[in-house]
Write a protein that binds this ligand. Structure first.
Ligand code: 4AD
Ligand code: MG
Length: 421
C-alpha cells in the first residue's frame, strides 16, 4: 500500500548486521517486524556512524522509502535515508537470543513481553476478550461490573483479606456470581468480566492467584440451557481465534487441526459415568469428590472437543448449587473439561432457588447466614429458576494457544511465589 512512499517508522532494534557497505537492521514497532536497508554510499557519514551505535532494543526513528521485498519479514523493507537514535540501550539488555530459564524470564517479564511469542499471545487474548463481549452483546446480555471488595465468601478456595475501616474484613472477590444472581433477577441476562482472586496454596500450571473470569447469569435458564450457552460460547471463541488469529497461532506453533473441529454439541457425562470411566482407566478416585487434574485429563483424552461432566455429589461442590430432583445426593452442575490435558475451563450450575434448602446449605457449610441475608432475599422475593457459569480466561487462552502453563496467558501473572514485576 505504502510502496514507493517515504515514511518514518519509530520502534526498537531487534537485529543489526553489516557488510561494511550495506547494513541491515530489523526493528520492531509494536505491531511487527520491519527490515531496513542502509547503503553506505546512499546516506550521509553521520547516518552511517549512527548505525554503528545501534544495539538490541535501542529506540530509533528510521526514515526511508517503502519497497516490496518477498524475502523481508512481512514482505516489505525500508530503503533508509535517515536514522535517528531516540533512546540508547546498554549492551547488558537482559534478554538475549539464547535460552533463558523460566524464573529469569518471569523476573524480566516487563522486557520479555517484547518477544514475538508474547505479542502473539497478547493478541489472541485481546481478540478473545473482544469476542466474549461481542458474543454477549449480540445476545443482548447486560454487562455488569461486580465488586472486588466483598464481605461474603463465594467459593471454597483461599481468601485474600484486608481490613476495611470499621466494617471488619473485606475479601477480594473469588467470584462475581452472587452479585450476578441479584443482577439477573433485576435485569434478566447479564455477564460479568473481571479479575478474581484466590489465595490457593497450589503451584500448578493451571492456577494463578489473580485471574480473569467471565460469569454469565441468566434468569429462567436451567442446567440444560446453561450447558448450551457454554458450548456455544466456547465454540464461538475457538472459531473466532482461528479466523482472526491464525498468524498468531502459527507463531505459537499451535496444531490448528486440534481446534478446527471444536463445534457444538459437546458430550455430556454424568459424574457417576465419568467415575466409572476413570476406574476403567486405573484411577483411584473415590467418586465422592472434585476431580483432580490427572483425572480430568484422563476423561478428556477420550474426546476431540471439550466434554461436560455434570451433576457432581453435593459435598464436592459449592453451597449455591441446586439439588438435583432426580438424585438429591447430587447437584445440577457441570464442569467443562478442555481437550489435550488442559482440564476444567468452566464451572457452572443451576442455582438453588428454594429458600429453606439454600439456608440449610449455608449453615451446613459453616457460613454465617447473616452475611448471606441479601443473597437469600433473592429467594424470598420472587424466587426464579436461574443458572450461570464462570469461564476462566487464562485457562481458555492457554488451551487455544497451546501454552504449557497459565503464566504466559496474562501480561503480569500473579502466582504463589510471584508478585513482581
Ligand atoms: O469453578 P469455579 O470455582 O466457579 C466459580 O467461581 C463459579 N462462581 C462460577 C459461576 O458459576 N458463576 O471457577 C470457574 C473457572 C474455572 O473453571 C477455571 O477456568 C477458572 O475459573 N479458575 C481459575 N483460573 C486460574 N487460576 C485459578 N486459580 C482458577 N480457579 C478457577
Ligand atoms: Mg470449578
Amino acid at each position: 500500500r505504502e510502496v514507493g512512499r517515504v515514511v518514518t517508522v519509530r520502534g526498537w532494534i531487534t537485529t543489526v548486521r553489516s557488510s561494511g557497505k550495506v547494513a541491515f537492521l530489523v526493528m520492531r514497532d509494536g505491531t511487527g517486524l520491519l527490515q531496513c536497508v542502509v547503503v553506505k554510499s546512499a546516506v550521509s557519514q553521520d547516518v552511517w556512524d549512527r548505525f554503528a551505535q545501534l544495539s538490541l532494543e535501542t529506540s530509533v526513528a528510521v526514515t526511508g522509502e517503502v519497497r516490496a521485498d518477498a524475502r523481508a519479514p512481512g514482505g516489505y523493507e525500508l530503503g533508509v535515508t535517515d536514522l535517528e537514535i531516540i533512546g540508547a540501550s546498554p549492551l547488558d539488555y537482559p534478554i538475549q537470543p539464547k535460552e533463558h530459564g523460566i524464573d529469569f524470564l518471569l523476573d524480566h517479564r516487563h522486557l520479555w513481553l517484547r518477544s514475538p511469542r508474547q505479542r502473539a499471545i497478547a493478541t489472541v487474548r485481546s481478540e478473545l476478550e473482544q469476542g466474549i463481549h461481542d458474543f454477549f452483546y449480540e445476545r443482548e446480555f447486560l454487562r455488569v461490573d461486580t465488586p472486588i471488595l466483598t464481605a461474603a465468601i463465594g467459593e471454597r478456595s483461599g481468601l485474600f483479606s484486608t481490613e476495611y475501616f470499621d466494617e471488619g474484613n473485606a475479601y477480594l472477590a473469588q467470584t462475581g456470581q452472587l452479585y450476578g444472581e441479584a443482577a439477573a433477577a433485576a435485569w434478566g441476562k447479564i455477564y460479568t468480566f473481571g479479575p478474581t482472586f484466590r489465595a490457593e496454596n497450589s503451584k500448578t500450571r493451571r492456577h494463578l492467584t489473580e485471574f480473569w473470569m467471565i460469569e454469565p447469569e441468566v434468569a429462567w435458564n436451567d442446567s440444560n440451557d446453561n450447558m448450551i450457552l457454554q458450548e456455544d460460547l466456547v465454540s464461538y471463541l475457538v472459531q473466532r481465534a482461528l479466523q482472526k488469529c491464525s498468524a498468531q497461532l502459527t507463531e505459537l506453533e499451535r496444531d490448528l487441526t486440534k481446534l478446527e473441529g471444536i463445534k457444538p454439541p459437546f458430550v455430556r457425562l454424568e459424574y457417576t459415568d465419568a467415575v466409572e470411566l476413570l476406574h476403567r482407566k486405573g484411577s483411584t478416585t473415590l467418586g465422592c469428590e472434585a476431580l483432580g487434574a490427572e483425572d480430568e485429563s484422563l476423561i478428556a483424552a477420550d474426546y476431540d472437543r471439550p466434554v461436560f461432566v455434570m451433576n457432581y455429589p453435593k459435598e464436592a461442590k459449592a453451597f449455591y448449587m441446586k439439588e438435583n430432583p432426580a438424585d438429591p445426593r447430587t447437584v445440577l452442575c457441570d464442569d467443562l473439561l478442555a481437550p489435550e490435558g488442559y482440564g476444567e475451563i468452566i464451572g457452572g450450575s443451576q442455582r438453588e432457588d428454594d429458600y429453606d434448602k439454600l439456608l440449610a446449605r449455608i449453615v451446613e457449610e459453616g457460613l454465617d447466614p447473616a452475611a448471606y441475608a441479601w443473597y437469600l432475599d433473592l429467594r424470598r422475593y420472587g424466587t426464579f429458576v436461574h443458572a450461570g457459569f464462570g469461564i476462566g480466561l487464562e485457562r481458555t487462552i492457554a488451551w487455544i494457544c497451546g501454552l504449557p502453563h497459565l503464566r504466559e496467558a496474562i501480561a503480569f501473572p500473579r502466582m504463589m511465589h510471584r508478585l513482581r514485576p
